[in-house]
Design a protein around this ligand. Structure first.
Ligand code: GAR
Length: 195
């Protein structure tokens, strides 16, 4: 089966990376991870990639004088592999046009809210404070706005009366792990049809 190549960008524990690793293990999943890039040394997501035998590039953003030089280093790394789609999976850096322009339409992110609600950080805490009865996650294209690109797919969960940010986060995370592979499958099929 023809598969597209993914680069997955992470900053932390990498549970969404794991959901993609697991999906890619299926023979009928139309994508494979060629490279994982991590901007924080020593996080658990790196171990997940290594265990799966995927090349990992640790590129600490703190080693670079600007966002642009950091992003150029990521672009240079990605260029070494046959990558069709770049997936931000718990990647906690805002990217600039330096990174977005070459990958526009092929750069996606997962965000733990039902966008356009609760862009940015502390989404679960804010959803509870706002008295929302529904929360969820969004897979969207990345553009120059923060969490503003076109929505590809969303999944929702109820907010329960006794929820804390942690219990709500856990319920949303379960949906994230279903949503990300589903979105990648959808986009991979589109990319493969155009090839
Ligand atoms: C996930 O909940 C993801 O949606 C969120 O960070 C978590 C990463 O978990 N991303 C953002 O908040 C992006 N602004 P993971 O490292 O276990 O995948």
């Amino acid at each position: 089966m023809t598969k597209i190549g993914l680069a997955v960008l992470i900053s932390g524990r990498g549970s969404n990376l794991q959901s993609l690793i697991d999906a890619c293990a299926s023979a009928d999943f139309p994508a494979e991870i060629k490279l994982v890039i991590c901007n924080i040394p020593s996080v658990f997501g790196i171990e997940r990639a290594e265990k799966a035998g995927i090349p990992v590039a640790v590129i600490p953003h703190k080693d670079f004088p600007s966002r642009e030089t950091f992003e150029q280093a990521m672009l240079d790394e990605i260029a070494k592999y046959p990558v069709d789609l770049v997936c931000q999976a718990g990647f906690m850096r805002i990217v600039t046009p330096t990174f977005i322009s070459p990958w526009r339409g092929r750069l996606i992110n997962i965000h733990p809210s039902l966008l356009p609600k609760f862009k940015g950080l502390h989404t679960h805490e804010r959803a509870i404070e706002a008295g929302e009865t529904e929360a969820g996650c969004t897979i969207h294209y990345v553009n120059e706005g923060v969490d503003e690109g076109e929505i590809i797919l969303q999944k929702s969960v109820p907010v329960l009366p006794d929820d804390t940010p942690d219990t709500l986060a856990a319920r949303v995370l379960e949906k994230e792990h279903i949503a990300y592979p589903e979105a990648v499958r959808l986009l991979a099929q589109n990319i493969l049809e155009k090839q």
